[in-house]
Design a protein around this ligand. Sequence first.
Ligand code: URA
Length: 436
Amino acid sequence: MNMYDIIMKKRNGGALGKEEIEYFIRGYVAGEIPDYQVSALMMAIYFRGMTREETLQLTLSMAHSGDMLDLSKIRGIKVDKHSTGGVGDKTSLALTPMVAACGIPVAKMSGRGLGHTGGTIDKLESFPGFTTGLGEERFIRNVNDIGIAIIGQTADLAPADKKLYALRDVTATVDNMSLIASSIMSKKLAAGADAIVLDVKTGSGAFMKDEKDAVALAEEMVDIGRQAGRNTIAVVSDMDQPLGFAVGNALEVKEAIDTLCGNGPEDFLELCMTLGSCMLMAGGKAEREDQARRMLQEVIENGSALDKFARFIEAQGGDPAAVYNTDLLPQASIVEPVASPCDGYIAHIACDEVGMASLLLGGGRQTKDAEIDLSVGFVLRAKVGDLVRAGEPLAVLYANDKGKAAEAKKRFLSAFHFSEEPVERRKLIRRIMMEK
Ligand code: URA
């Protein structure tokens, strides 16, 4: 077997067998197959696609390319959650303490921002001292003691995905369904949870812009989960405008805390309730959705979800004082409104452009190792369907550099499209898919 033949087979539209997939994954992780050959294969897969069977084999090979976490020392049914990535998507920050406060052990692996999308780990670093570099032992101990622990993807966990992702990121081969499905599911399988709840985003801020593609991606991942013996549920949710109002690391942390205090934006709370209900049902804590929603509402009202969040931050080295006083989070020196250029109903917000505007302020990385400015971003004042008047604020901008603020404001404004006629509000939850 050799890599040249594998590339040619896929280039010509053939389906790769289990041995061929294992050969290239093993060889790539071992450093025996060079980047240029794997890049060529990724591009061939991008154009030719993969069958369900090939995608499953690729997922399993990547999952087994490093350590498989053993969570058997954690009591109860472990439920993981993963989002395919979006703008203003701070869901894990509020959702994990909510479900943990309801008694579900959360042992979660999270990532950093990618392109125009944000990442949970960057957001959590708004708490000085916070670390996701826990060893396996401390990770398991924290879940047993507190109910939540979050780690980053280590070099030992699904290393094939880590290498492949970095390669895809620079070879324009990210947005392929089989490659996304296998990338996400390989990490989830290696991270060891019994059940997996996936938030598959669709719209201008998502990798899957088209709803049909998002549904197909969700189906594919639910199928992989089932075949790997994990109870897997996918929620397809709207990402055609930012989730909630805040976009930017510390700003999103504040919005998540507000939500845990009962003052969250309606759409963001609804997503947490939907995903949280799926997690409680998958974890055996609730039989029906109405029951699960009541439990989640209660942990917000009695403050136990907020306290759970503070204990989790402290257990991973962060200062929990900021959970109770958000003025202690990183603050920007420039705070100014972004005025609407005209009267009208907001018809569309190009969500990826909002993400890029935040990135221009320093809220995301332009190069792989760039430092993030945690304090910058936008807090929207209006969303799709709202009527605004010329000069009224569409958002408030938070920045630390005048030049970057001017550039980002222009890009932010270019994302907004207006209509003279009333516009229907967007439906947040598009589908919920479970194993058949
Ligand atoms: N998130 C991932 O982890 N992998 C992808 O390929 C896309 C989004």
